[in-house]
Design a protein around this ligand. Structure first.
Ligand SMILES: [Zn+2]
Length: 264
């Protein structure tokens, strides 16, 4: 059941008495991996974002200093993926439902005495849900610290492993996600079906963009036939290992920072 999470760092393997007797519970770092079950082109499984969230956190926890108490919660596999609604297989929760699930899980943890919760979200279509949930919990529980992190935003240099165009335009099922999946779940990647597809919605000098400073709402079917936005053909398992190690290292630093945060 623990997947990529080391068993001794998996929250659901604890007994209730372990939690009752836990020392310094208000500084224990709980991490909620949040992913998605959504199309990632013809070459990757639906589980990509969930695999990346759990895979990165698992690797970070495996190498985390034993003195830092931290546990990963069961992964929230299904997310808010309605931008992929035209591709069969995608599972979609509304922002409201996902928000309720995360909020009520967080409230259970608060009731158990925990005071630090990190969202480790790997799906680009839902950081806003984590941020709204975090702020609302913060208002309701004055001594609860919530950290709505996006999995790729910790310190790392993964961008240096990508071609310039891929770095800026490879936003879905491209080189980075495909490389990491080749490292995590090599048997589930069909490289013979991998093809590049870049959107040409805007001229290079346009003020508007898909994910820049002046974005617009889009559905994947507006910008891609295959469901891919990027170039997966240059992906390799070696690159994926390097990316995983770098991002996991960044997460170790982030978890240590959360552990040390004294609160307001
Ligand atoms: Zn993805």
């Amino acid at each position: 059941m623990h997947g990529f999470i080391p068993p001794h760092r998996y929250y659901a393997y604890l007994c209730w008495t372990d939690i009752r007797d836990m020392q310094d519970k208000e500084n224990v770092v709980l991490i909620q991996p949040v992913g998605a079950i959504e199309q990632h082109g013809p070459h990757l499984p639906l589980a990509v974002d969930s695999a990346i969230a759990q895979g990165v956190i698992g690797r970070a926890l495996a190498n985390l200093a034993p003195a830092i108490p931290a546990y990963a919660l069961p992964t929230q596999y299904v997310g808010k993926s309605n931008e992929h609604c035209h591709f069969p297989g995608t599972l979609m929760l509304s922002a409201e439902t996902l928000g309720r699930v995360l909020t009520e899980t967080a409230e259970s943890l608060y009731q158990a005495g925990f005071r630090k919760l990190v969202f480790a979200n790997a799906h680009g279509g839902q950081p806003q849900v984590m941020e709204i949930v975090a702020r609302d919990l913060r208002q309701k529980y004055p001594d609860f610290q919530i950290f709505p992190f996006f999995i790729w935003k910790v310190p790392h240099k993964v961008g240096e492993l990508l071609e310039p165009r891929e770095r800026s335009e490879g936003i879905h099922a491209g080189d980075a996600e495909t490389s990491v999946l080749l490292a995590l779940l090599p048997n589930e990647v069909k490289m013979d079906r991998a093809h590049a597809e870049y959107p040409n919605t805007f001229e290079p000098d346009s003020l508007l963009s898909l994910e820049g400073k002046l974005p617009l709402a889009w559905l994947t079917s507006d910008i891609s036939q295959s469901g891919v936005v990027g170039d997966p053909t240059t992906a390799t398992a070696e690159k994926g290992e390097e990316m995983l190690n770098q991002v996991a290292q960044g997460w170790q630093e982030a978890i240590a920072a959360v552990h040390q945060f004294p609160g307001f």
